[in-house]
Write a protein that binds this ligand. Structure first.
Ligand code: 13P
Length: 248
C-alpha cells in the first residue's frame, strides 16, 4: 500500500442514480462493517443526502452553489448540504464541466464556498482522450489545478481531496493502467510540492474511472494512488465493499 502517512479514501459517486430503497439498503448493509483504516464516503443525489447516515461512512454531495443563499433557482448552498449531515462535496466532475459548462474559475469559487462552510471538496481533474493524444496532458491538468490553487491558496489543500479521473476511463470499462494512474498522480503531487511539501505529501489523491472490485487492489497499490472515486460500481453494495476492502 502507499505511504503510511496518507489515509486511503474510497468515495462512491452515485451520479443521478439511486432511490430511497437503495440508500436504506446501503445504510443497513454497512452496519457492523469494519473498515477502520480508510475513509468511506457516499455521494448520492441531493434528495438522498438525508437518507444516508452511518458510523462506517460519511456522506457527500455531488456539486454545490458558489453562493450562500438568494435568488438562484434550482441551486443548493453549502450550508444546506451541511445541514443534511454531509461533510464532502465532489467538485469539478467532468460530467458537470461538460453538461453544465462549469469552468475552472467557477469550480474554484465552489471550492471556496465549501471550505468556508467547513465542507471538504473532492476536486476532480482529468483529460479527454483528445487532450492526452495531443501531448498536452500535463499542461491541461496543471491548468485545472493551478486555477484553484491561485483562488483559494495552497493552505486550503490541507482540507481537500483530489480525484484524477481521465474522461476516457469514466463509464467506459477502459480503466487507466496502474502505471498510467501512478504517472499522473505523481505529477499532481510534484506540482503541489512546489507550493508546499507537507501538504503534497499528506493529501489523498484518488483515481476514478471504471474502478471495479477486480482492478481496485492493483490501482490502489500504486505509491501515489490513495484510493478511488467510484461511479457505477458504487451502486452495488458487494462490489463497492470489495473496492473498500482493497483500500483498507
Ligand atoms: P465509473 O466508475 O462508472 O467509470 O465512474 C467514475 C466516475 O465518474 C466517478 O466520479
Amino acid at each position: 500500500m502507499q505511504s503510511q502517512k496518507r489515509r486511503p479514501v474510497v468515495a462512491g459517486n452515485w451520479k443521478m442514480n439511486g432511490d430511497l430503497a437503495l440508500a436504506e439498503s446501503f445504510t443497513t448493509a454497512f452496519e457492523g462493517q469494519t473498515l477502520d483504516n480508510i475513509d468511506v464516503i457516499l455521494c448520492p443525489p441531493f434528495t438522498l443526502l438525508n437518507s444516508l447516515s452511518s458510523d462506517v461512512f460519511s456522506v457527500g454531495a455531488q456539486t454545490c452553489s458558489e453562493y450562500d443563499n438568494g435568488a438562484h433557482t434550482g441551486e443548493v448552498s453549502c450550508g444546506m448540504i451541511k445541514a443534511c449531515g454531509a461533510q464532502y462535496v465532489i467538485l469539478g466532475h467532468s460530467e458537470r464541466r461538460t453538461d453544465q459548462a462549469e469552468s475552472n474559475q467557477l469550480i474554484a469559487k465552489k471550492v471556496e464556498a465549501c471550505l468556508k462552510e467547513g465542507l471538504t471538496p473532492i476536486l476532480c481533474i482529468g483529460e479527454s482522450l483528445e487532450v492526452r493524444e495531443s501531448g498536452e496532458l500535463f499542461n491541461f491538468l496543471e491548468e485545472q489545478l493551478t486555477v484553484v490553487i491561485e483562488h483559494v491558496g495552497i493552505e486550503s489543500f490541507r482540507n481537500m481531496v483530489i480525484a484524477y479521473e481521465p474522461i476516457w476511463a469514466i463509464g467506459t470499462g477502459l480503466t487507466a493502467s496502474p502505471e498510467q494512474a501512478q504517472e499522473v498522480h505523481a505529477f499532481i503531487r510534484a506540482l503541489l510540492k512546489k507550493s508546499n511539501e507537507a501538504i503534497a505529501e499528506n493529501i489523498a489523491i484518488l483515481y476514478g474511472g471504471s474502478v471495479k472490485g477486480s482492478n481496485a487492489k492493483e490501482l490502489f497499490g500504486q505509491e501515489d494512488v490513495d484510493g478511488g472515486l467510484i461511479g457505477g460500481a458504487s451502486l452495488k453494495f458487494e462490489e463497492f465493499l470489495t473496492i473498500c476492502q482493497a483500500a483498507n
